[in-house]
Design a protein around this ligand. Structure first.
Ligand code: GUN
Length: 293
């Protein structure tokens, strides 16, 4: 039976480490780490994520505030808010929840965040530092995937990792992270995407498969090498009339059918999801620590 990689338990462990660091900051510098979360519009999934991030901050002693802006907010207004938050000493981290409404250029907004407060690690400065092997802030999901692997005893060193998906916040930075010459990395990485011909040819050779596609059950058991490790980054809403909400969350992999084939697998939504949040907290405390050292 496959080893189920429990993101909730592991994220608890990391959150307790963060809480201890926050206590130290308070004791040594009388400083409370602060996170500003910006939510533009009313995307229900984004609203849930931001609320969860705020709650997670409360639990570890990070002060947080959510700044909600209406769906039709102008780019100028978002830039003005980011400006204000860049200057506000209460906040060591700024998170602008993505995606943004279409009238707003995401790149412009991200580039406007002070890199020293970019706890999402998606400013070009921070992505550049990551590429150079001297990371300041590693984006939450890639960092969470790496921790899930190494803290469960699956060192990616020398392994073939196949990442399905090339987004700026998951696929590309994860490929960069796992190819580093450093502990918990040193993998051989292949990135597959929408224009990859015959993805199975690649996934079948993978020791570790990461699905970050955004399509329910896109990765099936026949696409995998028996004994591989499966990391499911997908969070897809599918209709489920038996639930009060009318939907349930499923990943990018065909979980039930893969379970008997793989060595280990992350469940959805309690695998990678809680790890992304935990690593955001890690980065926020790190940003606060950097502000006083
Ligand atoms: N949208 C989906 N995942 C993320 C994330 O990790 N950070 C931000 N800012 N937006 C997201």
């Amino acid at each position: 039976m496959a080893n189920i990689l429990d993101g909730t338990a592991l994220s608890k462990e990391i959150r307790s480490e963060v809480a201890e660091s926050a206590l130290n900051l308070k004791a040594l510098h009388n400083l409370t780490p602060g996170l500003a979360a910006v939510l533009v519009g009313d995307d229900p999934a984004s609203a849930v994520y931001v609320r969860n991030k705020g709650r997670a901050c409360d639990e570890v002693g990070i002060f947080s505030e959510i700044f909600r802006l209406p769906k039709d907010t102008s780019q100028q207004s978002v830039l003005a808010l980011v400006d204000k938050l860049n200057k506000d000493p209460r906040f060591h981290g700024i998170l602008v929840q993505l995606p943004l409404p279409e009238q707003i250029n995401e790149t412009t907004i991200i580039e406007h965040i002070d890199p020293a407060k970019d706890v999402d690690g998606i400013h070009p400065f921070n992505l550049g530092k990551l590429t150079q092997g001297i990371p300041e802030f590693i984006p939450g999901t890639p960092a969470g995937v790496q921790q899930l692997l190494i803290r469960n005893g699956y060192d990616p060193a020398g392994k073939h990792v196949v990442i399905c998906g090339r987004s700026n916040i998951v696929g590309k930075p994860l490929a960069t992270l796992l190819t580093q010459r450093s502990n918990g990395a040193n993998a051989t990485v292949t990135v597959c995407h929408t224009r990859t011909e015959n993805i199975s040819e690649f996934t079948k050779t993978a020791d570790i498969v990461v699905a970050a596609i955004g399509q329910p059950k896109a990765i099936t058991a026949d696409m995998l090498k028996p004994g591989c490790i499966v990391i499911d980054v997908g969070i897809n809403r599918v209709e489920d009339t038996s639930r009060k909400s009318g939907y349930r969350l499923i990943g990018d992999v065909d979980y039930e059918n893969i379970l008997p084939v793989c060595e280990a697998i992350t469940p959805v939504p309690v695998g990678v999801g809680p790890m992304t949040i935990a690593m955001l907290l890690v980065n926020t405390v790190k940003a606060a620590e950097k502000s006083v050292t």
